[in-house]
Design a protein around this ligand. Structure first.
Ligand code: NAD
Length: 482
């Protein structure tokens, strides 16, 4: 039996029942219980949401930047006030430990909204002199209606990160959360309305990939912003281009390298490698899953990792002392477990983990054991493919040129990082790594001020940072003759 009420859509500033008559369940992956029944949007519902967004956008864009800023800041305050309630819902839906969702998920979403709220009045054009009696000025106008499609690993954070620059710039949003984790986005929509966002400026349509497809094909949507797998991203991009040549922002997957040089502070490097592989049970797009370790420090590094993995506190995600939860779903568990089995078949050595967690306290949940493979080779599938679970691969290297070449030998380019006490080497190597998000002697922070996004097949465009505003505005040039 579902423990929460049925989740409707959110259109034109209110909860609305879907016309499809179709529902799906969202499940707590810690115990397999159905949390809520969720209504799947129909084509008619999408049309209604887009029409409402079009109307709302005109009201919103007519406001001054200062007015938009004040409303967004009220939403930030409400998000912070309700942090614990939202974090609890996120934990139930995703299985992520409450220690994470309370400290990070809502907080980083609110930070991004606050950052762009501050920038809303500062969206300016330029003036370009031509001749004494002629000049050009530019305006930065909103794009209009943004179709936004989210992944399941950071549901409320993704909804905030996508809507913050879009709304600050005067656009309206039709948001489709992942069908795996739909619960918190509806709360965000209610918070926006309570903060004073005009009706229709932020809408939520639930459903699976079919709803995503309806958005990407919709003739009255101006841009698609997408977070998900690279394979889905390619489909989304071709649909967005094939329908009405929509702009896209793509935040996709990764298989990021973390390089530990022989002069690294090994304790710091091991701590970072733990974050880069086991935080959120490894379900983070920027994870540093290919850990390249200099041959001379391999065994010292492995000993530190083994000891740290044995200290992981797995258990009920609502227990504040727990720092490792189940995977997001039973379906995803099958995929991750398949990769753990494959790593063994491919000949990687299990340093720690690798066993199935399916009895005792773990009998009813979607649990994968934190697993470290070592003696890995670059051609193994566990080293080449995104697993998106708690699986680290350790690879050995001998020199700098070699490790740069191997680190870049991937179709992805989301994140990269290194540990070294040499200033020169750190910057020299990081400049040669093909990745959009890089860390030196740290891993994983993503503050609102920092642009994040991928090189190569990890994405197009950036989220957060000043440059994202460019992706939600279009430039109009006006020539004036006096
Ligand atoms: P996914 O690609 O399976 O699904 C993402 C979203 O796309 C979901 O809402 C889904 O319903 C929708 N969708 C599915 N088919 C569609 C279609 N044909 N047209 C339009 N929409 C469609 O990804 P996921 O499993 O939810 O998320 C995990 C992936 O997300 C990983 O690859 C991870 O690296 C990536 N990710 C990237 C970032 C980033 O910032 N780069 C952040 C988080 C997650």
């Amino acid at each position: 039996m579902a423990t929460l009420e049925t989740q409707p859509l959110y259109i034109d500033g209110r909860r609305v029942d879907a016309t499809s008559g179709e529902t799906f369940d969202t499940v707590n992956p810690a115990n397999g219980e159905v949390l809520a029944r969720v209504q799947q949007a129909s084509r008619e519902d999408i049309d209604r949401a887009v029409a409402s967004a079009r109307r709302g956008q005109q009201v919103w864009a007519a406001m001054t930047g200062m007015e938009r800023s004040r409303i967004l800041l009220r939403a930030v305050a409400l998000l912070r006030e309700r942090n614990d309630e939202l974090a609890q819902l996120e934990t139930l839906d995703t299985g992520k430990p409450i220690s994470e969702t309370q400290a990070v998920d809502v907080v980083t979403g609110a930070d991004s909204l606050e950052y762009y709220a501050g920038l809303a009045p500062a969206i300016e054009g330029t003036q370009i002199p031509l001749r004494e009696d002629s000049f050009v000025y530019t305006r930065r106008e909103p794009l209009g209606v943004i179709g936004a499609i989210g992944a399941w690993n950071y549901p409320i954070q993704i909804a905030c990160w996508k809507s913050a620059p879009a709304l600050a710039a005067g656009n309206a949003v039709v948001f489709k959360p992942s069908e795996v984790t739909p619960l918190t986005t509806l709360k965000l929509a209610e918070i926006f309305t309570e903060a004073g966002l005009p009706d229709g400026v932020f809408n939520v349509v639930h459903g699976d990939g079919r709803v995503g497809e309806l958005l990407t094909h919709h003739a009255d949507i101006d841009k698609i912003t997408f977070t998900g797998e690279a394979g889905t991203g390619k489909k989304v991009m071709s649909a967005a281009a094939g329908s009405t040549l929509k702009e896209v922002t793509m935040e996709l997957g990764g298989k990021s390298p973390l390089i530990v040089f022989d002069d690294a502070d090994l304790d710091r490097a091991a701590d970072a490698a733990m974050i880069a592989n086991f935080y959120s049970s490894g379900q983070v797009c920027t994870n540093g899953t290919r850990v390249f370790v200099h041959r001379s420090i391999k065994s010292a590094f492995e000993a530190r990792i083994k000891e740290r993995v044995e200290r992981i506190r797995a258990g009920d995600p609502l227990d504040p002392n727990v720092n490792f939860g189940p995977l997001v779903s039973f379906e995803h568990l099958e995929k991750v477990q398949g990769y753990i089995d494959l790593g063994k078949q491919e000949g990687a050595r299990v340093l720690v983990g690798g066993e199935r967690w399916n009895d005792g306290d773990f009998a009813d949940g979607a649990w994968a054991a934190p697993t470290v493979f070592t003696d890995c080779r670059d051609d193994m599938r566990i080293v080449r493919e995104e697993i998106f679970g708690p699986v680290m691969s350790i690879l050995v290297f001998d020199d700098e040129d070699e490790v740069v070449r191997r680190a870049n030998d991937t179709t992805y380019g989301l994140a990269a990082g290194l540990f070294s006490e040499s200033l020169n080497r750190s910057h020299r190597v990081i400049h040669r790594l093909q990745a959009g998000i890089c860390w030196i002697n740290t891993w994983g922070d993503s503050p609102a001020e920092m642009p994040v996004g991928g090189y190569k097949e990890s994405g197009i465009g950036r989220e957060n940072g000043l440059s994202s505003l460019d992706q939600y505005t279009q430039i109009k040039s006006v020539q004036v003759e006096m």
